[in-house]
Design a protein around this ligand. Structure first.
Ligand code: AOF
Ligand code: ZN
Length: 357
């Protein structure tokens, strides 16, 4: 009876410290790609004695920062890590060795690392030297934290989120994220999570600037602008790149791209026909692991791309804002059929209602 109570208490503690790991990991939201976000906490005699997170690829891992923070107090302590400690020499040395050297007694792991060069070898290494290991505490939370990293590791493809706004009667709306940003700031937070955002040229024709995350210190996503047919892009007054992010324009071969567009670090790429597979291939070559496909309502800019994405299973996540209005007519893309298909296929699809009433 007593041991069972003790076990329950231990589980509660483990979950508490794992939540703290995830919280710490999120301090580097958007900054770690292609690496995962990882947080680590060192606990000794029921007290946190060290904390750390992985700030950026190329820099030390979460465990290293937490162990440094704990110093000698790590000895005989418990290390909590949201991702299995690595066991390889990458840009940085193995975290398993750092933990062994620090003489921790126990390691609690949120989830195993899907990276094939780690994949449970970290856990095995720790067990081999006699460290007690618990795996799978708040596993779902840890997986969600790194959904893009996991997908990219397992498939070699970027993680793609499809986002748009619809009216209550199901028509796609011209609600660009910038406007959503003023409604509770969800879009600003969303933007910093992605390596790249895909927009249509219409977004530029209608808006004065490209969407930017307003979170303090946010890493701005690369902007990929799809240019189809005649456009007024060149008249857009503030079509300049912010220093922190790149702009790439993808046009079709038969589109005349004004040479001025190529200036100011704006890259212009031309495809025979704009298609999602080719865009994602391009993202992959550029090392972009997560992509937000951000749609506008008017015209058929994206219709082909949505259909292609659905047919070829290229979308991983769906974010829909339902606006409190009846809008849209035959000029707007009627996505009711597609949306229904999508909703039935994507489990855990989010419908964001807050912020518009
Ligand atoms: C950890 N803790 O904080 C992170 C891990 O090139 P490197 O040395 O940074 O290694 C990158 C790989 O290490 C990455 O793909 C993933 O498997 C793991 N990331 N592991 O123990 C961390 N960021
Ligand atoms: Zn590591």
């Amino acid at each position: 009876h007593i041991t069972q109570e003790h076990k329950q208490e231990e589980k509660r503690d483990d979950e508490y410290y794992m939540r703290r790991c995830v919280e710490l990991a999120k301090k580097a939201i958007g900054c770690t790609s292609p690496n995962p976000m990882v947080g680590c906490v060192i606990v000794k005699d029921g007290k946190i004695v060290g904390e750390g997170f992985h700030p950026k690829a190329g820099q030390p891992h979460a465990e290293v920062f937490a162990l440094r923070d704990a110093g000698d107090l790590a000895e005989n302590g418990t290390a909590y890590v949201s991702l299995e400690p690595c066991n390889h020499y990458g840009r940085t040395p193995p975290c398993t060795e750092a933990l062994i050297k620090a003489k921790v007694k126990r390691v609690v792991v949120g989830m195993v690392d899907p990276n094939p060069i780690v994949a449970s070898t970290g856990v095995k290494k720790l067990l081999d030297v006699g460290i007690e290991v618990t795996v799978g505490v708040h596993e779902e939370m840890c997986k969600r934290l790194n959904e893009a990293y996991i997908h990219q590791m397992l498939t070699g493809k970027p993680f793609v989120t499809l986002r748009y706004s619809i009216s209550l009667n199901g028509y796609l709306q011209n609600q660009l994220g910038e406007e959503a940003m003023e409604c509770g700031g969800y879009y600003s937070k969303l933007l910093q999570e992605y390596d790249a955002i895909i927009l249509s040229s219409m977004a530029l024709a209608e808006k004065s600037s490209l969407p930017m995350s307003k979170e303090p210190g946010a890493k701005q996503p690369h902007k990929i602008v799809l240019l189809k047919g005649p456009n007024s892009l060149i008249q857009t007054p503030s079509f300049n790149t912010d220093a922190a992010s790149k702009v790439m324009i993808i046009s079709e071969k038969n589109t005349i791209v004004e040479s001025e567009i190529g200036h100011d670090g704006i890259e212009v790429v031309s495809f025979d026909k704009i298609n999602l597979v080719a865009i994602l291939e391009h993202c992959k070559r550029q090392g972009l692991c997560s992509v937000l496909l951000d749609l506008m309502g008017n015209g058929d800019d994206f219709e082909d791309i949505i259909k292609e994405g659905l047919e070829q299973n290229l979308f991983q996540k769906l974010l829909v804002e339902v606006l409190p209005l009846f809008g849209g007519d035959h000029n707007y893309m009627d996505l009711r059929g597609e949306v229904k298909k999508l909703m039935s296929r994507v489990s855990g699809a989010s419908v964001l209602l807050e912020g518009y009433f």
